[in-house]
Structure formats: C-alpha cells, structure tokens
Design a binder for this molecule. Structure first.
Ligand code: NAD
Length: 249
C-alpha cells in the first residue's frame, strides 16, 4: 500500500518581506494608484503581499528571455490558480490580453513600480552582530535596489570593524549619517532589551521604513512604516502544520 507523506514547507521570502516595509506604506500608495482605475479595483493587503512573489517569478522569466506568458503557464510555475493570477493582475490595469497572455517585461516593470523598487533605497544596519552580518552578506538586495550604506553599533569592540566592505560606526553618528546620506530604511538587529530605545530614536529621524528583527512590537509614527520579522513565529507555524498532519487533519 502506498503511504502518502505530507511535507510542510514554509518559504521565507526575505526580499518579499523587505518589500513589505515599503509595501505596507504602499497599501496607501497602491490604494491611491488603484483609484485611478476604478473604485471596484480596490487592492487588498493580501494581494499586496503576493506582489513580491509575482515580481520574483516575472524577473526570472525575463532573465530567461521569456517575452510573454499566459495566466495558465504562470499559474503552473507559481503553483497558484490561473483565476487567482487573473484576478490579481487585472487589478493593475489589465496587462493581459486575450490570446496573448501577459507581457513579462511590462508587468515586471509595473509591479516593481508599484512596489516602490524602481527607485533605489539606502539602508542602515543597527546592531552589527550575527544577524546583521548575515544580512550584509546577502548578495541579492542590490539587485532589487536595496543598498546597505552604513552599519552602527554601541559596542566599542565592534566600532571600526569592517563587514562586507562597510566600516561599523558609533551610534553617535547615526542621526547625522541618516540625514546626510538620505538613508530611508533602518534594519534593527539589536538585542530585544535595546530595541525600544533604538526604535524610539529612529522615530525622530527622516527614516521612512524600519525592518525590525528584534522581538518587540513597537508602533512607529504614521510617517514611518515598520515591518517586524519573527523567524521563530514562522517556525512555530511549521511545527503546528506538522502536528496537525500527524493528528490526521
Ligand atoms: P548579536 O548579539 O550577535 O548582535 C546584536 C548587536 O547589537 C551587538 O553587536 C550589540 O553590540 C549591538 N547592540 C546592543 N545594543 C545596542 C544599541 N543600543 N545600539 C546599537 N547596537 C547595539 O545578536 P543577533 O544574533 O545578531 O540578533 C540580533 C537581534 O535579532 C536580537 O534581538 C535577536 O533576538 C534577533 N533575532 C531575530 C530573529 C528573527 O527572526 N526576528 C532571528 C534571529 C535573531
């Protein structure tokens, strides 16, 4: 007898996540954008959260030289229904044409524009520890217009060290650096005990978005978007799904 084994996969899409820093800002921008089309073209947060995935798949198709794709073929690659794809993408002004499919380049470009990644973003890292190093060594961010331009720490032994070509600066230099270099995203990788103080400090700067990895839920002022990333929560969902299957659900 064949035994069916279910394996749960939780995909962590860091890029998708960082897009969300600007995306959830963007819910407002996107809503305004959508109003240009029609009132029934309201775009939900769920759709917004799917956009980075569309962007990634379309980018891969573009790199392979694919010029157009049908919703059916895109649905096979992305493992979602063709009707979901049509519903989602129709919200963006009907890039698909009957019998032609979607123009990969135009759709990729438009989604990038909606995601706010058609213009580059300058990021600063706060808390130059293990996680910060891992993020700073991730090579795909610049491809999407995310440039790490500075790193800061409070610890004298860390200040002056170099991570992937960037010299760690003292926290005393944070505000002037943000101002002078027009940094618009701060990545918070300090211990939980220091996070509230750091976030409070950031709330008084010109930063536009915070990608927060520390385990605090902090409310930023309205003009600053915050995206909290909790890897352990994602792992707990995986654990729940495994437990759920072993109960026979
Ligand atoms: P780490 O101890 O290696 O690094 C923390 C760094 O922050 C240190 O270099 C420390 O000197 C610096 N720091 C402390 N107080 C500071 C302050 N006031 N201002 C500036 N810098 C300060 O820790 P890590 O393993 O890199 O983890 C960093 C944070 O990320 C922790 O809060 C951890 O819980 C969290 N974390 C989150 C996830 C997640 O999924 N969200 C995953 C791993 C780690």
């Amino acid at each position: 007898m064949t035994e069916i084994v279910k394996i749960h996969i939780i995909n962590i899409d860091f890029l998708g996540n960082i897009f969300c820093v600007f995306l959830l800002l963007p819910v407002i921008v996107v809503e305004e954008y959508m109003n240009k089309f029609s009132e029934d073209k309201y775009i939900s947060k769920q759709i917004v959260k799917r956009l980075p995935r569309y962007y990634r798949f379309l980018g891969e198709l573009k790199d392979k030289g694919v010029e157009r794709i049908s919703s059916t073929d895109l649905s096979t690659i992305m493992n979602v229904t063709a009707s979901q794809i049509r519903q989602d993408l129709n919200k963006f002004g009907g890039f698909g044409q009957q019998g032609y499919g979607y123009n990969v380049n135009s759709l990729h470009k438009e989604i990038g524009r909606i995601l706010g990644i058609d213009t580059p973003h300058n990021m600063v890292m706060i808390g130059a520890g293990n996680l910060c190093k891992a993020i700073m060594h991730y090579r795909s961010f610049p491809r999407y217009g995310f440039h790490i331009i500075g790193a800061f720490d409070i610890c004298p032994e860390k200040i002056g060290t170099v991570i992937n070509g960037i010299t760690v600066m003292s926290m005393d230099e944070l505000e002037p650096f943000i101002r002078t270099h027009k940094a618009d995203i701060a990545v918070v990788t300090v211990p939980t005990s220091a996070a509230t103080e750091v976030l409070e400090r950031l709330s008084k700067t010109d930063i536009k978005g915070v990608w927060n990895f520390a385990h605090v839920d902090y409310t930023m002022p309205n003009n600053i978007q915050i995206e909290n990333v909790h890897l352990s929560e994602s792992l707990m969902i995986l654990s729940y799904n495994i437990a759920d299957v072993s109960k026979g659900n």
